[in-house]
Write a protein that binds this ligand. Structure first.
Ligand code: TXE
Length: 483
């Protein structure tokens, strides 16, 4: 492997100091697997426990700091991320494989999230009301939880950590942050910016390493009061069992099998745009990706033909190359999983409309062409989250049938509809059993200042982002006073 001049040497950040790990690991560039992006320190259980202890010791002080102090810290972090968005975006594109414009957009989003929560730190929340008893006054205030463990996936290595770290700190919690193994350089770059923002030692800690050792230590520690996790359903379920056994507060964001309904009255060009963007951009590695395209019978064939035409024109290549529409898959395992899903879809009788092949490019990377299937609702390609550039089309007799199909999934993250009928759009918004709906928009692509999350197997616990983040990162206290 070639060592790039840009290679990061990423260390743990524990109790205000940069520490080497017990072992080291590397991350590679999925667009060019000869390039090492980072050599990083991997913690073990003992080192993770040191970070947790540091966070517990820092909590009493940080939780008592003024809202102004917390707002200033978050604002400084947000400003630096925004100023350095291009450089950070380039690092993200190299380590995760998002195209450069997508990656710069994600870095900017992380900056905006810190700025948003700088404001939230100041705004606070609370109520004062009269008691039902004479002379008594009641107030309701919010307090931080203590130490929060933040366990994040690889697919949004800046935005997801930002939308957990920023509210955690804004509301006065201390943090132990564990990024995914595939993206240590991004985790480290974010931590490095946070480390220069005048936080008391121990308030924010970065521990990198395996989920089984570092992640599990966070989940098991009695000093960790709450855990916010984004990742796979299997890991999320496991964390839920382990954390609730010791009564820790838990928030989980997991998978999706998001439907995009296309009705006969839709603007078909717009619908094709929504489908192609929602299903395939960012290599389909979005939990909000539209992997089920549910199309009304009368426009089914025209829709499929236009999507195929668009897919054939997409440029799949190096994440940093100008004009690339879709970068590589994140790593070899995910690529193998995607290719296996293509094989199993064909074997179960879904009609293969093209794509799903491994591609060779000038550099050796994990490239594949976007795949499309015509499926039946019972096919696994229409039921399981694949997390790659693979989508299927389901034929619907009419709107009512499309709605039934849209809700026929264990997941409930996001659902979209393309239609020119206001009545249908409003009905769909009301009856889709999900946390987020989209009308004439791709299912992937959300704002940073409003709640994010789903229902059913997609999520557990309060929503993330926006003002609703306070539900998870604080606890409510009711005070009675006889004046
Ligand atoms: O996820 P994991 P992976 C899905 C997607 C993908 C699959 C596997 O289908 O193919 O998950 O990805 C940490 N205790 N999604 O392996 O294992 C782990 O180190 C505590 C969908 O990356 O869930 C990482 O930091 N932590 C998803 C984080 O959990 C543990 C986004 C996520 O890893 C742990 C990502 C343990 N026992 C993947 N084991 C989405 N829908 O957004 C692992 N971890």
């Amino acid at each position: 492997m070639k060592r790039s001049d840009l290679q990061q040497n990423a260390r743990q950040y524990i109790n205000g100091r940069w520490e080497t790990g017990v072992t080291t690991g590397i991350s590679e560039n999925p667009s060019d697997t000869r390039e090492v992006v980072a050599e990083y320190a991997r913690a073990d259980r003992n080192q993770t426990e040191l970070a947790i202890r540091a966070a517990a010791d820092a909590f009493p002080h940080w939780s008592q700091t003024t809202p102004q102090r917390r707002a200033d810290v978050l604002d400084q972090i947000g400003s630096e991320i925004l100023v350095r968005r291009e450089e950070l975006g380039k690092l993200l594109a190299r380590e995760e494989g998002k195209t450069l414009p997508e990656a710069i957009g994600e870095a900017a989003r992380a900056g905006h999230i810190f700025k948003f929560f700088a404001g939230e730190a100041l705004r606070g929340d609370g109520e004062t009301l009269a008691s039902v008893r004479p002379g008594v006054q009641v107030d309701i205030t919010r307090e931080p939880l203590g130490v929060v463990g933040l366990i994040t996936p690889w697919n949004f290595p800046f935005a997801i950590p930002a939308w957990k770290i920023a509210p955690a700190l804004a509301y006065g919690n201390s943090v132990v942050f564990k990024p995914a193994e595939l993206v240590p350089a991004c985790g480290w770059a974010l931590a490095e910016i946070i480390s220069r923002a005048a936080l008391p030692a121990g308030t924010f800690n970065l521990v990198m390493g395996s989920g089984r050792e570092v992640g599990q230590s966070i989940v098991d520690s009695p000093l960790v009061d709450a855990i916010s996790f984004t990742g796979s359903v299997v890991t999320g379920e496991h964390i839920l069992q382990a954390a609730t056994r010791r009564r820790a507060k838990v928030q989980l964001e997991m998978g999706g099998k998001n439907p995009l309904v296309v009705l006969a009255d839709a603007d078909l060009d717009r619908a094709v745009d929504c489908a192609v963007q929602g299903a395939y951009f960012s290599t389909g590695q979005h939990c909000t990706a539209s992997s089920r395209l549910i199309v009304e019978s009368t426009v089914h064939d025209a829709f499929v033909s236009r999507v195929r035409h668009r897919l054939a024109a997409l440029k799949i290549g190096h994440a940093l190359a100008q004009g690339t529409d879709i970068g590589p898959v994140v790593d070899r395992h995910q690529l193998e999983r995607n290719l296996a899903a293509i094989e199993s879809a064909t074997a179960e009788g879904a009609e293969h409309m093209g794509g799903g092949e491994r591609l060779n490019r000038a550099t050796t990377g994990y490239y594949m062409s976007p795949a499309l299937f015509l499926a039946k609702p019972e096919h696994r390609v229409a039921r399981d989250e694949i997390f790659g550039p693979v989508a299927c089309v389901l034929r619907a007799d009419d709107y009512e049938h499309a709605l039934v199909l849209a809700n026929d999934t264990p997941f409930g993250l996001c659902a979209g509809i393309c239609t020119t009928s206001l009545a249908r759009a409003m009905h769909f918004k009301r009856h889709a059993r999900v946390g987020m709906t989209m009308v004439n928009l791709p299912t992937a692509g959300v704002d940073y200042h409003v709640p994010f999350g789903g229902r059913k197997a997609s999520s557990y616990g309060p929503r993330e982002q926006g003002r609703h983040a306070a539900e998870f990162y604080t606890t409510v206290k009711t005070g009675y006073v006889l004046a």
